[in-house]
Design a protein around this ligand. Structure first.
Ligand code: 4GS
Length: 247
């Protein structure tokens, strides 16, 4: 997968992409990141990328021309680029969106700055994506969030490929509670079933715990989750850590 980023701050990307899974994916060659400075595509002596808003108002707006020129130049040699503008007006990012985007070999991300981007930018991209209902100072962190999530889905990037199918949201639910040593810490014990070595019971407990957590914290997710009849029969829970099914 090739990910191109058009940004006024390419220096923001080095450290987050130089560690952990994004680094491993790039070292393996399955993920390549290309950083493009928007200013290099801005025409004129001063290479301005922003201007005052028509109609008046606070702050500055990103000009359309540098963005259009950058997108055309960056996409010129590509067969099927998928162009994404990070913006609070976009579709909310979730695991389904990440999976869909992971199906593209060549992704081009455009990062906004200032108070916003000229509305005509929408006609130069394939979609707009938002990472949440809050206002950031630029689209660089949203782009990094998306690249990090995508890097986990690139084949070969995870040490254990099962990790990609075993986490929150993958089956539409929150993840089950995880524990590691010690068995007891300041009065809190690890649920006995997890120490039992009975893999069928552990799987069953984890499924119920994930369902219970999701029902308590994110009931909105249950509408979209794939649930069996058995899943639906789990009674409403009161605590975060359900009892094992039986002893
Ligand atoms: C987001 C967001 C964002 C909006 C960029 C104001 C600078 C800023 N982008 N998801 N102008 N939330 N962008 O806040 O994607």
């Amino acid at each position: 997968m090739h990910i191109h980023v058009i940004t006024l701050f390419p220096e923001m990307f080095g450290s987050p992409l130089g560690a952990s899974i994004p680094k491993r994916a790039q070292d393996k060659g399955t993920l390549r990141i290309f950083l493009w400075n928007l200013r290099d595509f801005a025409p004129g002596k001063h290479r301005e990328t922003d201007d005052t808003p028509y109609g008046g108002g606070q702050g500055m707006v990103m000009k359309i021309e540098p963005i259009a020129i950058a997108l055309e130049a960056v996409c010129d040699s590509m067969t099927a680029p998928w162009r994404v503008l990070l913006s609070p007006q976009g579709r909310r990012l979730d695991h389904a969106v990440v999976q869909r985007l992971a199906g593209h070999e060549e992704i081009v991300l455009v990062c906004g700055r200032y108070e916003g981007v000229d509305a005509r930018a929408a006609s130069f991209v394939d979609e707009e994506v938002s990472i949440g209902d809050f206002v950031l100072s630029g689209g660089e962190l949203p782009a990094l969030v998306l690249i990090d999530a995508l890097s986990r889905l690139v084949p070969g990037s995870l040490g254990n490929p099962a990790s990609a199918s075993d986490e929150s949201f993958v089956d539409g639910l929150l993840e089950y509670p995880q524990y590691t040593r010690p068995e007891e810490f300041r009065g809190q014990r690890v649920p006995d079933v997890l120490l039992s070595g009975d893999h069928a019971r552990i799987a069953d407990w984890r499924r119920q715990a994930a369902l219970q957590r999701t029902r308590e914290r994110r009931p909105d997710l249950l509408d979209g989750a794939k649930l069996t009849e058995e899943d639906r029969g789990i009674p409403t829970a009161t605590g975060d850590h359900p009892d094992p099914p039986e002893d």
